[in-house]
Design a binder for this molecule. Structure first.
Ligand code: NAP
Length: 293
């Protein structure tokens, strides 16, 4: 079982569900919650065996060694994997330096997608534009197959679009019914920039209880799946990608199976959207505000 494939505005193809090496795999998260240190290499090897082909990583996660080892152990050919990474941009390295380091550490010749992890390094719009030019150079070098951004607002993307030669194809940010990001979603649709959601399980995990409680459980009963599956389907059935994580291999397997098993109706998606607006909360920053990523 593998995930559905989405098409990016530049024609690239991306598996809709990613396994993420941030959050539960990060040292900050483990220290904050007192959870045991995860053997990333071992977990990821199992996750790849279980059918995941899209790995969501970042320079900041410092998981290159484990990712390289898991890829090698899995025996999966490089062209069947989708590796998305993010340039930190806040540590003094240029995009070119960060990318060179990461390709070497991962022992691969290219990344499938490369994003600016966070716009917080930028003091001005010109800072954003200048960093985007570095991303464009990375793309032109052929060492990354598509480029995008993460945690960008509409205004920040508009700033780079003013001078961009190559448009961002992806924006990854926290997205779920309790964090709907104002008018960002319809605007990204218009711009043909793919939404990649993180912390999508918030409403059925860290952000419980909430106004959507009964709706998730009723739909889970109707479709004979778990509430987590409904939370992910709410993203996937809008045509978006999602990065999840965790150690529970049975849950991770179910996410892949559920994606092709049924579709939420338009009315169900709308009902969740409307009721979700009754509560506003961030799952990511609920993790103690320590910004584990
Ligand atoms: N670009 C960025 O700035 C950014 C920021 C945040 C995240 N991300 C990416 O997105 C990935 C996923 O982020 P996330 O962890 O916030 O996503 P998530 O999909 O909302 O949460 C996944 C977590 O939920 C847990 N979980 C699932 N079902 C549960 C249940 N019933 N009860 C309790 N816990 C449950 C999982 O653990 P178990 O299944 O093991 O219990 C796992 O730790 C990250 O690893 C990273 O790659 C990117």
């Amino acid at each position: 079982m593998t995930a559905n494939i989405l098409t990016l505005s530049d024609g690239g193809r991306i598996p809709a569900i990613a396994y993420g090496l941030g959050t539960s795999h990060s040292k900050n998260y483990q220290e904050y919650f007192g959870t045991p240190k995860i053997d990333t290499e071992q977990v990821l090897t199992e996750v790849l065996k279980g059918g995941y082909r899209h790995v969501d990583t970042a320079e900041h996660y410092e998981k290159d060694e484990e990712l390289a080892a898991a890829i090698s152990k899995s025996g999966i050919p490089r062209k069947e994997l989708y590796i998305l990474s993010k340039a930190d941009c806040n540590n003094g390295l240029t995009v070119d330096q960060a990318l060179t380091n990461q390709l070497r550490a991962l022992n691969v010749e290219y990344l499938d997608a490369y994003l600016i992890h966070n716009p917080r390094f930028a003091k001005t719009d010109e800072d954003l534009r200048s960093k985007w030019r570095e991303m464009e150079a990375a793309y032109k070098s052929g060492r990354v197959k598509t480029i995008g951004v993460s945690n960008f607002t509409k205004k920040q993307i508009e700033a780079i679009l003013k001078t961009a030669e190559i448009r961002p194809t992806i924006n990854q940010f926290e997205y779920h019914p309790y964090e709907q990001n104002g008018d960002l979603i319809p605007w990204l649709r218009e711009q043909k920039i793919l939404v990649s959601a993180y912390s999508a399980l918030g409403p059925v995990t860290r952000l419980k209880p909430g106004p959507l409680g009964n709706i998730y459980s009723d739909l889970a009963r109707k479709y004979e799946v778990a509430e987590e599956d409904i939370a992910l389907k709410w993203i996937l059935d809008q045509g978006f990608a999602v990065a999840t994580s965790g150690l529970s291999l049975h849950r991770l397997r179910d996410y892949l199976a559920t994606d092709t098993k049924f579709k939420l109706t338009t009315e169900e998606i709308e009902k969740i959207r409307t009721i979700g607006l009754e509560k506003k909360a961030s799952s990511f920053y609920q993790m103690g505000g320590v910004a584990p990523n």
